[in-house]
Every structure is written in structure tokens, then in C-alpha cells.
Design a protein around this ligand. Sequence first.
Ligand code: ATP
Ligand code: MG
Length: 360
Amino acid sequence: MASRTLRIGLIPGDGIGREVIPAGRRILEALPTSLGLKFSFVDLDAGWDTFKRTGTALPDQTVETLKKECDGALFGAVSSPITATKGYSSPIVALRKKLDLYANVRPVKSVAPTPCFPDPIDLVIVRENTEDLYVKEEKTYDGPNGKVAEAIKRITESASSRIATIAGEIALRRQRVRETTGETARKSMVTVTHKSNVMSQSDGLFRTTARKALEQAKFKDAGVIIDDQIVDSMAYKLFREPSFYDVIVAPNLYGDILSDAAAALVGSLGLVPSANVGDGFAIGEPCHGSAPDIEGKGIANPIATLRSVALMLEFMNQEEAAAKIYQAVDANLAEGKLLTPDMGGKAKTDEVVNDIIKRL
Ligand code: ATP
Ligand code: MG
């Protein structure tokens, strides 16, 4: 098979981002040659250190290189200044805008059954990333009884439709994976999250548009079930019976809250990956931050990053390579011998990566 070289932008950022992104590079380099994939890498700057050195947290060159040269990218973590600093703004938020990465995808998967959750948790939250309350159109004025602050919640048909379509595609892909691994007991389902009983226009538009997008023949014919649920009752059920859910699609604010909360269901932040996805480009990003408390000790859990690498590969249509990484990570966790301290173990980052590479 002719091998294809995929070019990956590496943006370690700050803190443990500099320890986990090299782990991501190592796993890509260690993928079996039988997959017919080759990778080349380009190191790119962003973050608080970059800001202190250059006066900008996201150099134009980083954006240009991603746009012109890269097939995908990995982003570590950035520290933010404790007090608002003139000229500084979050580089990942800016990158999502500049590259139109409109979906934030966060899979949440349990390691092993627990007394609370005897059934496996294996769900994905797909969060709309460009609008809703986060358009940041706010104003404050003096009212008759003191100050009044108002914010716009903007929901559009086009953004709601494309986010639901991505959610449907993820459901289809998960179904394919389950079929190949022989685990067919579970039906694919997309749950549309909203509060349309109160916000009948904005969330009402999200709900009807998302449902309509999910009724496309390609999803229907594959038997993807469409469900919808009001966000508060969904939060309740998510914590009572997380195994019920498969793919959850949500507008920005609910998705933000639900995806952090869901990460708590499976233990360490060091396990949970994410991807920022647009049409034809994805950036894998571990959910954790720069973790200054463990920086430089070589004990950061690399699994969130390794899973983010796999997620990036999925959106580059390299499902087989992605599956190899997921399986190797799951095997490491199932054995439970080489774990970093956040998981109750004593292993160093590199030892965990070595163990996972051995299992590829
Ligand atoms: P930031 O402002 O960059 O988000 P933070 O202080 O909020 O930094 P987080 O990275 O969000 O730190 O981490 C919260 C806690 O979880 C910290 O105690 C951190 O050590 C731990 N943690 C986060 N990621 C990992 C990881 N990959 N491995 C081990 N522990 C982690
Ligand atoms: Mg944090």
C-alpha cells in the first residue's frame, strides 16, 4: 500500500501541555506501518509563555501554518493570567474562530464498573461552539432599581443544523465500530438537549432544526434513534443512568456545563479527550488545563492526550489507526498496573506511554 504522509501541527502551549503533546507525537510515530500512514510534524507556538515572549498568545504564523500545511493538529493546554491582562486572550478560543471549528466533541468513557455505575459509560457530547449565549453581546445599563445586565442568546438554523449533522455522523461511526467489535446490543441514539419549554424561540429553533437534520435519510436508514430532552432533566438522568446515553448534542452553554460535569463521571481529568472540529479539520485537545501543580514532575497522565490523538484521527477518516490507539489505552487501563498518580498509581508519564505503545 502506498503510504500517505499526514502533517500534524503540534501546539504544546504551557505547563503539562509540554509533557503530554510529545506523548501524542510518540504514539503517532509508533503506529504499525501496516496501516500505511506516515506523519510529519511542525511545532507551533501559542499560550501564556508565547504571550510573555512575543506580546501575542496566538502568533499569525501558527494560524497560517495550520491553514496551509496541516492535515490536523494537537493542542496541549495554556495557562491564563490570574488577573485580566491587556492584549491577552485565550488562543484556543481564537483558533476555534479563525479555523471555524464549530463543534467541540467530548467522549466520556468509564474505565471499569463501579458500585454506582455498574453498566459501562460510553457517551459523546457534541457541543455547538460558535453561538448561543457565548456570542458575548452583553450590555449593562441603569434601571429604575439599580443596574441591569443583558446578554444575547443567539441560535441560528444553519449552526444548529450543522452541529446536529456532525452528531449524526458520529453516531453512525460509533455504530460501525460497535458492529466490527461485535457489540451490537446497543442502538445508536442522538439526544438533542434544549430548554424549549421556557426558551421556546431560541431553544425551540435548536430543537426543531436539530431533529430535522437528524431525520436525513443517511441517519434514518441506519436506524439512528432521535431523542430530545430538556437540559435539567437530562443532567439528572446523566448522573443517575449515564449508560442510557450514546451521542448528546447541545447548544454552547448547556454543552459546556454538561461536558465538564460528565467528565467527573469517569474519574481523572487526565483521561478525558476532546476535539475541536470543523469541515475538514480537527484539533485534538485534552480536556485538562496546564496543571501547574504537577508541572515538570513527569507524572502527568498522558491518556487524555493519546485519546485526543485518536479522536483527531477519526475526523481525518483514519478510523483504523484511531481504533488501535483506543484499544491500546483501554488495555493499559484494564490491566491497571502502570498508572500515573492521579489514577492511584506510581508510574511516570513516559512509562505509561511506553506501555501503551507496546500494546499497539
Ligand atoms: P488551568 O488554569 O491551566 O486550567 P488548573 O490549575 O485549573 O490549570 P487543571 O489542569 O485544570 O489545573 O487541573 C486540575 C487538577 O487536575 C490539578 O490538580 C491537576 O494536577 C489535575 N490534572 C489535570 N490534568 C492532569 C493530568 N493529565 N494528569 C494528572 N493530573 C491532572
Ligand atoms: Mg482548569
